[in-house]
Ligand binder design. Structure first.
Ligand SMILES: [Zn+2]
Length: 99
């Protein structure tokens, strides 16, 4: 979805959109267990950045506007990021728990 290189689904990270209308957040779904429309991308910061730049999430997930992708950014950045993200609290409160 980001770089458009083909890959087996097992190597891709599923992303789902949670929420309605203009208040949509993206969540990483590595277990592929969340309901709803999903999009696949490489679990890679560069691929994610391309998807964000092209606004591919909004199109793929039929979300109005630009979804909040903080949770996904945190997920793909996790292996290389040691310090806390400034918007971690906002993301956590906005994403919440699956229902
Ligand atoms: Zn990619």
């Amino acid at each position: 979805m980001g770089c458009r290189q083909r890959a087996p689904a097992s190597e891709l990270l599923r992303i789902v959109a949670v929420g309605d209308g203009a208040d949509v957040s993206l969540r990483p779904d590595p277990a592929r267990s969340l309901p709803g429309r999903g999009a696949n991308m490489h679990p890679d910061p560069a691929c994610f950045a391309q998807a964000v730049r092209r606004r591919a999430f909004g199109r793929a997930l039929r979300a109005a506007g630009v979804p909040d992708h903080g949770a996904v950014a945190e997920y793909v950045d996790a292996p290389t990021t040691t310090s806390g993200q400034p918007d971690r609290a906002k993301v956590a409160s906005k994403v919440g728990r699956p229902t």
